[in-house]
Design a protein around this ligand. Sequence first.
Ligand SMILES: NC(=O)c1ccc[n+]([C@@H]2O[C@H](COP(=O)([O-])OP(=O)(O)OC[C@H]3O[C@@H](n4cnc5c(N)ncnc54)[C@H](O)[C@@H]3O)[C@@H](O)[C@H]2O)c1
Length: 445
Amino acid sequence: MTLDERLENVAVIGAAGKMGSGIAVMIAQEMAKLKLQPENSDKIYRLYLIDINEKALDGLRSYMKAQLTKVAEKSTVLLRSLYTAREDLVENRQVIDAFVDDSGSVLNFSPDMSVARNAHMVFEAILEDEKIKIKLYKKLKKICPDHTYFLTNTSSIPISFLDEHAGLDGRIIGYHFYNPPVVQRLVEVISPKAMNDELKQLGSQLGERLRKKLVPSNDISGFIGNGHFMRDGLYALSELERLQRTYRQVGALYVMNTVSQNFLLRPMGIFQLIDYVGIDIFQCILKVMRTHLGDARLRSKTIDRMVKLGVLGGQYSDGSQKNGFLQYEKSRPVGIFNIRKKEYFTINDRWKKKMDGIIGPLPDGLVSWKGLLMDPGRKDRLHTHFTALKAIDSLGAQLAVSFLQKTKAIGEELVKSGVARSADDVNAVLTNGFYWLYGPINEYV
Ligand SMILES: NC(=O)c1ccc[n+]([C@@H]2O[C@H](COP(=O)([O-])OP(=O)(O)OC[C@H]3O[C@@H](n4cnc5c(N)ncnc54)[C@H](O)[C@@H]3O)[C@@H](O)[C@H]2O)c1
């Protein structure tokens, strides 16, 4: 079966969630584009959006319409070429509305799994729980035809494990979109031991169709993305525990967050990133990795305490940031959680100045992540920045150099242990999926 044929009937399970809804938007667009080709005029396209949360499915209806409108507004030139036969569509607005109608007409919302019974391709993006995922796949195996392929968005569960426990006979692939899937170009593709060649090919063709950058990862829990991020986060947490003896927990957290953002030139500080992902999600992925890899080091007391206190980070449904290690106002950190007192400490100018003095200055010729993002001379500027950093004798510079070394060692270990096939793949995941300006395996340290 070709990709075009498979795109005639698709199901997304967990469709009302963060990842499922994004995947649904992309597939709806591709279906609508196919439907508009004259040779497909007699075909029926169906996209089944399935979620156990019926209330969330209601919200998904308006979300899909808004997102499909947004996408259509950005691609009027392409849409005009698709609608050349429709002389009645004169204004751009009419073309946009026609596309929103056409893509909307393929959608079917349901809490009932059995509507996936004719799906040629099923995207699964339900919560990260292997028991629940296996139960779901066992059900799907009974419902769906033998030719159905399953694409799981799991962030950490080995695909072979799901395959073997649900008896899918190699009909499953790890297709790990990043959040938000419509915007993020990266997809980590994980092929389990038993996967057949047709599915492998389908994964490549789909990536091309969705204009994604595919990076292969071996089927080892956490894969490349979380394999790196979890260990990077754990390093920052261990540094926090060490530094808090001197600067107290609130001060130590400020130091590590500031150093990881401003000195390492990352889009956000490490604790901001953990908040963004969700502290409970961070804990959950650590647990999956700890179990599958048998590595007791994949745990953090600080994370466990935060989850126990119910301080979880993550996002509200409008995308704004919830409080976690940091307190946010309009997505900017304004406070730091004091774990002992169970309250936020407000960052004031005097305290910030004192802490910045303790951290020490950044190298001269200040550069920022944002400033370097589009800079064609970025490589040289990064080289200058890190060379200068190594020459500075300050707390911030020392912590940054140690962090760079650790982050590089984590990346190299991913290659050595066979998670990643090459240093380039590790670097591709961190630069594309996490928006780093440089890969962790670099010549700066
Ligand atoms: N959020 C991220 O940043 C991110 C990034 C990459 C991968 N992932 C992975 O994607 C998957 C989904 O994550 P998410 O963040 O979108 O989660 P989410 O909690 O936002 O969404 C999960 C959805 O699945 C639904 N659901 C739960 N059990 C179900 C079942 N048995 N049948 C049907 N629907 C069910 C829930 O109602 C919910 O709407 C997870 O495996 C996660 O590890 C998440």
